[in-house]
Ligand binder design. Structure first.
Ligand SMILES: NC(=O)C1=CN([C@@H]2O[C@H](COP(=O)(O)OP(=O)(O)OC[C@H]3O[C@@H](n4cnc5c(N)ncnc54)[C@H](OP(=O)(O)O)[C@@H]3O)[C@@H](O)[C@H]2O)C=CC1
Ligand SMILES: CC(=O)C(=O)O
Ligand SMILES: [Mg+2]
Length: 614
């Protein structure tokens, strides 16, 4: 069983192997009481003021606020995370709305592009950010895993990993090893939103080269300076790594992230029934967008079956999202699959996707290729929009401003009877199809909107009406899916477990959010909502007979048998929700808590000596 929520020793555990006084000092710093300073031979090495964590946090926030750019803020926060992880997460959790766009999209995109330039000179074994696995060392993967094991404290085996090869980082393309910023950033959200223990999160980059000349020519580039391998070599190496990880840590949840689309589908197909894994860009994005889309369809003002949905972009994200929306129309609205599928059109870089377009469609596009277009071949988005006259426009194309003023205005004109749905979901901001303000202005403020990246709130001109844009980003769902998987330990993740999370997300809006017509819960509530979504996931995993953890099986069965009170939508019980919340990691509030909750503290040789003297 995993440690309880109070096990907040944070990264101090990792440092315990060094036997250095850093163990306590790094996470307590100026909060170290005099007696402990004395015991650890730190007298005179720390300023004399003894303060509590709240004051430390004020100082950290003050320092963060002196940084004039988001990249500087990112660098400061990375430094803080590797220096004092407890303080880092206190700051993140108490300022999530302001900090999420710094540690995650959009700033993380820029940080990845600059990764080799801002690399913080980490000093292993005491500071290890994750695993860098070069192609030419894949045969030594067991040694690499053994080295990692050596660098962590006993009992801190990873329970979750985010793994990328950097080949499609957000909408920024192939960043090679620089893509490491994404697993690092995603795992910070696993901790902040999902309550995973930071010591048990493992970011991994497969450093398999890059096809981006700019990085190959950059003297500071830290990855392998070679072109990417061909497909057989890629799959042989990637599978070798995943196999070794799965063997070393059989219960570890594996999140595939930001692989180029063909490999994203390929790896998922190979591993989805063999290991506890999922692809965030295909399944996570599908899950989160379905959650917001359900709310949008309810507010649009036309029957769901009259929706005509135009996707711009048919990559891992576009196809992943559309497949989940098809399931929704089938399951919730009893629309036969063929009819449900016919509610969707796609545009890619070559125009509307049709079966008779003349090019060989990639396998993942075939399902949605239109057969009813006769001779009509729309060559781009503008033509397709006029042809389809969509009620919903969804962008996962990486094309900045693809939804220009003209197109947005047309969406408004086409949809006089319904509120138009516009979801520019590409990341980061420099790739977003449009902004919230643009969508509001061009649709007489009628738009039902969600974006991948965080956009500012918008006050309708001439009024004091403030509108909050929805953030349709998989960050709302991968933390609870991971948390639910870590707790209930299903043999593998099914589409129906992910579907249950989408439904729970749509049900998670509070009265205020609903009254304001918002599509997603406010980010300040992301942790509270994550607990509900994780409970829904666990409940579904148990229902499908795939969960392996007895405690959660018993709790879910008790709900099903009516022994405990179910949630309003019947998906989980209050008891289960309370248990999930108990598990969620929280940073220590006081020095005492840090000390008590850190099992390694008491084993520290100097602390041991000190305690013996007391
Ligand atoms: N909001 C969220 O939570 C998430 C957002 N995303 C974002 O989605 C975007 C796409 O990701 P992914 O699907 O994996 O990437 P891909 O590169 O696989 O997909 C991009 C798609 O856009 C198409 N495209 C490119 N140029 C144009 C154009 N001019 N007009 C129309 N379509 C075009 C491509 O066409 P072709 O196939 O012909 O090359 C391709 O189908 C990224 O920006 C990513 O950040 C991804 C995951 C989650
Ligand atoms: C959010 C995300 O996973 C992406 O843009 O790739
Ligand atoms: Mg991604």
């Amino acid at each position: 069983m995993s440690p309880p929520a109070t096990d907040s020793g944070a990264s101090s555990a990792r440092r315990s192997r060094s036997g250095s006084p850093d163990l306590i000092a790094s996470n307590a710093g100026t909060a170290l009481p005099y007696a402990t300073r004395s015991a650890l031979h730190l007298k005179g090495l720390v300023p004399s003021g003894v303060e509590d964590f709240v004051v430390q946090e004020q100082r950290a926030l003050e320092q963060l606020n002196t940084k004039s750019t988001n990249l500087e803020k990112y660098i400061f926060l990375s430094w803080l995370r590797t220096t004092n992880i407890n303080l880092f997460y206190r700051l993140v959790l108490h300022n999530l709305k302001a900090i999420a766009p710094v540690i995650y999209t959009p700033t993380v995109g820029q940080a990845c592009q600059e990764y080799s330039h801002i690399y913080p000179f980490l000093a292993p074994p005491n500071a290890v950010d994750g695993l860098y696995i070069p192609l030419n060392e894949v045969d030594n993967i067991d040694e690499i895993i053994a080295n990692y094991r050596e660098s962590i404290a006993e009992g801190d085996e990873p329970e979750i990993t985010v793994i990328t090869d950097g080949s499609r980082i957000l909408g920024l393309g192939d960043l090679g090893m620089n893509g490491m910023g994404i697993p690092v950033g995603k795992l910070q959200l696993y901790v902040a939103a999902g309550g995973l223990n930071p010591d048990r999160c493992l970011p991994i980059v497969l450093d398999f080269g890059t096809n981006t000349e700019k990085y190959l020519d950059d003297p500071l580039y830290l990855g392998l300076r070679q072109k990417r391998p061909d497909d057989p070599a890629f799959y042989a190496a990637a599978n070798r790594v995943v196999e070794a990880l799965h063997k070393a840590f059989p219960n570890m949840f594996i999140q595939f992230e930001d692989f180029s689309t063909d490999h994203a589908f390929g790896l998922l197909d190979q591993w989805r029934n063999k290991a506890l894994c999922f692809n965030d860009d295909i399944q996570g994005t599908g899950c989160v967008i379905l959650g917001g889309f359900i709310s949008a369809v309810e507010q649009a003002g036309i029957p769901p079956r009259d929706q005509r949905i135009l996707f711009v972009g048919a990559g891992s994200a576009g196809v992943g999202v559309a497949k989940q929306l098809v399931d929704y129309f089938i399951i919730e609205h009893n629309i036969p699959e063929d009819e449900a599928k016919a509610m969707f059109w796609f545009v890619d870089s070559r125009g509307m996707i049709t079966a008779n377009r003349g090019d060989k469609l990639a396998q993942h596009k075939v399902y949605f290729a239109r057969h009813d277009n006769s001779d009509t071949q729309c060559k781009d988005l503008e033509e397709t929009l006029e042809y389809v006259k969509p009620t919903a426009l969804i962008g996962l194309s990486t094309i900045y401003k693809a939804f220009n003023e003209k197109l947005l205005t047309r969406m408004n004109e086409i949809n006089t009877k319904a509120r138009p749905i516009v979801f520019p979901l590409s990341n980061p901001e420099t790739k977003a199809e449009c902004s919230f303000e643009e969508a509001m202005r061009c649709t007489d403020n009628r738009v039902l909107f969600a974006s991948g990246t965080a956009f500012p709130e918008y006050t309708i001109p001439g009024t004091d009406e403030l509108r909050v844009p929805g953030q349709g980003n998989n960050m709302y769902v991968f933390p609870p899916i991971g948390l639910g998987a870590v707790l209930s330990k299903p043999a593998h993740i099914t589409d129906t477990m992910i579907y249950a999370v989408s439904k729970a997300l749509a049900n998670s809006l509070n009265e205020d959010e609903k009254k304001r017509g918002e599509l997603y819960p406010r980010i300040e509530r992301i942790r509270e909502v994550a607990a509900e979504l994780a409970a829904a996931f666990i409940h579904q995993a148990v229902k499908e007979g795939l969960a392996k953890d007895d405690k959660w099986i018993e709790l879910a069965n008790a709900t099903a048998q009516g022994q405990v009170s179910p949630s309003p939508d019947g998906r989980f019980s209050a008891e289960m929700l309370a248990e999930v919340k108990k598990f969620m990691w929280v940073p220590a509030e006081t020095f005492e808590q840090l000390r008590e909750c850190c099992p390694h503290y008491h084993h520290h040789p100097m602390v041991h000596q000190h305690n013996q003297k007391l």
